[in-house]
Design a protein around this ligand. Structure first.
Ligand SMILES: Nc1ncnc2c1ncn2[C@@H]1O[C@H](COP(=O)(O)OP(=O)(O)O)[C@@H](O)[C@H]1O
Ligand SMILES: [Mg+2]
Length: 246
């Protein structure tokens, strides 16, 4: 039986989809059978990031409405290490059925080691659906006060919903982000959000290239090694955290 991890944040644009794609890539590379479910209805992005933009036919709403069998909507991103994902609907459709979503997650969990649920921004209905089947939450924040407070609120809601296994990923770390926000160090971010840190990833063109052009950079780049290490920690490996001094 695999594990369902919801990747969430509160604030949009912090890197949930990017993090889902890269962690999925490295989990798969580490031999873990992994699939991503994209829940950002009307705002899909994984198809571009993972280089399958022209191939989308069925999507999550087709599975949940019974229009197709799940396997028909599962894409395999050959240019992205063969990682599999279920794309979000390209347009806003009527509401998704929560019970069917949970049933899909449970069915996938039987066949995959990791099911990553790339949740939409905000704490609305889709967010509530996203967390329903999850075993764990990965909360993504960037080093800015609004984002950190939103992450803390999301953590609180998850706790209220009974999802207390939470980890924090600090994304888009940079010297200028610390300077602008006046945040002292990583400890301050961890204190504000109140969730155990699983890793940090720097602001990097190599990462933003993914959403710009679907270009996956070399695994040897430092930022890619960071994502690789986070994937290993998620699997329970004891990989020391790189300490950033800004
Ligand atoms: N570590 C990073 N370095 C540079 N750009 C990043 C990083 N993480 C995410 N981005 C960029 O931030 C933007 C939003 O990322 P995305 O994953 O779509 O966020 P979300 O899913 O939370 O809305 C994209 O342009 C993406 O390329
Ligand atoms: Mg997204």
């Amino acid at each position: 039986m695999g594990k369902i991890i919801v990747v969430t944040s509160g604030k949009g644009g912090v890197g949930k989809s990017t993090v889902s794609a890269l962690l999925g890539y490295f989990l798969k590379k580490n031999g873990k059978k992994t699939i991503i479910i994209e829940l950002d209805m009307g705002l899909r992005s994984l198809d571009i990031m993972m280089g399958t933009e022209d191939e989308i036919s069925y999507d999550l709403s087709d599975i949940l409405s019974g229009a197709c069998e799940p396997y028909k909507a599962i894409r395999t991103a050959e240019k992205f290490g063969g990682l599999q994902f279920i794309p979000a609907p390209g347009t806003v459709t009527s509401s998704l059925d929560t019970e069917r979503f949970v049933a899909l997650c449970i069915a996938l969990k039987k066949n995959y080691d990791y099911v990553l649920v790339d949740s939409p921004a905000g704490i609305g209905e889709l967010f509530r659906i996203a967390l329903r089947a999850a075993d764990e939450a990965l909360i993504v924040t960037t080093p800015d006060m609004v984002c950190m407070r939103d992450a803390a609120n999301v953590s609180f809601i998850l706790e209220e919903e009974g999802l207390s296994r939470q980890k924090l990923l600090i994304n888009k770390l940079s010297k200028s982000a610390f300077k602008k926000s006046g945040i002292r160090d990583l400890d301050e971010i961890i204190d504000v959000v109140g969730v155990q840190l699983v890793g940090v990833a720097e602001q990097s063109d190599a990462v933003s290239d993914l959403s710009a052009s679907g270009k996956l950079s070399s695994d040897d780049l430092d930022v890619m090694k960071e994502f690789s290490n986070i994937a290993k920690r998620i699997c329970g490996e004891d990989v020391p955290l790189h300490i950033y001094k800004y």
